[in-house]
Design a protein around this ligand. Sequence first.
Ligand code: PMP
Length: 443
Amino acid sequence: MSILDKFKALQGAYDTVQSAGQDPFSVCFDEVLSPSEAVLKGQRVILLGTNNYLGLTFDRSCVDKAVDALMQAGTGTTGSRIANGTYGNHAELERRLAAFYGFRSAMVFSTGYQANLGILSTVAGRGDHILIDADSHASIYDGCRLGNAEVIRFRHNDPDDLARRLSRLKDQPGNRLIVVEGIYSMLGDTAPLKEIAAVKREWNAHLLVDEAHSLGVLGCNGRGLIEQAGVEEDVDFVVGTFSKSLGAVGGFCVSNLPDFDVLRIACRPYMFTASLPPSVIASVTQALTRVQEDPGLRARLNINAQRLYRGLEAEGFILGPQVSPIVSIRMPSTEVAIAFWNALLEAGIYLNLALPPATPDNAPLLRSSVSAAHSGTQIDTVIATITAIGRELGVVTQPARRPESAKRQSGLLGEVLWQGNHSQQGQGHGHRHDHVPVAGSTL
Ligand code: PMP
């Protein structure tokens, strides 16, 4: 018996996916031409599944800063900051992040995943309680699993359910830490943060917001959902990543708590791994400058997201509950999702195939992420191609009646930066377990 026998069922499921066409989990581009185009097996494809929200991966100023740092400081730090020393520009980026948010302190991690792993496992200890949204990202679930706090899951985007669960803890000692995301990675919906902040205040809890998908995307200054919802003063920790709007790799946490820096000698996913190469830190620092100095990036992203969402909505596709740079199409079955994904790739469009159990409500999804770098023509090509394949596969039939929201589209463009509509949310996704030994989790 092999130690890997336990993966036989998983391998079987993987084989089924692969046998339907290309392997969606091992896509390997021959060449990446720009933030919105690549070559795959000799064919040009539109990149619609990269999280490159502001299109900064090829930004000239970011590339130049990275090249300068590479030449000056070499290819890597070859160790962790506590054991092997901090290269100057890490501390500078931390100062810049803290100043950007107007918070007291910032810590940079080697990935966004590790930022969640480190913060959640360290700040909430034995006897504390972490309350996480049921649709939380895998890194949040894993951060909980690494620590010793009790983990309680509340219904997705449901502040009442959160309050109920906090009320049940009222006679128990220990701190309470609420964890939500700015934009949820699978359906693109935002957290009802004003209401969650009110619950936090009522129950004297702490609040962590993971702004992985909303940094640089939401808020007048790009400070994410906490800025858009006007709750910055209620937030104790913001976790974010450099791998999406900032176009590189890495993660961070900012906080106003006075003793935050003690985590540098307590947080294992910070202490026991190598720090980011100076070139990455340099490009990220410049990307943050671009976010601050060029609101046009967010405006273009907004226009493109509206265009894709409204275009697909008008064709009758079932999408996430609100306009967002993450536009996900609900598929009737896993088989159709796989066939659809392959047909799109053949037609020159790359997006993400998201399959249960890593999706809310166990729904198979075709997930796209829009970029400020997409042209209007690319978005229109995407809508036309998805519609043609959707009709062929019977996912949509007749063109839907153009919804009111789409008729108002031109009035919305450029005016509204992702004002969430929570009226369609808060139903949760039917998760059955309250206290989690940690299952579920989205990609
Ligand atoms: N949090 C959320 C909500 C995410 O979606 C992701 C990545 N998809 C992460 C954290 C981890 O970020 P990274 O990939 O930069 O490690």
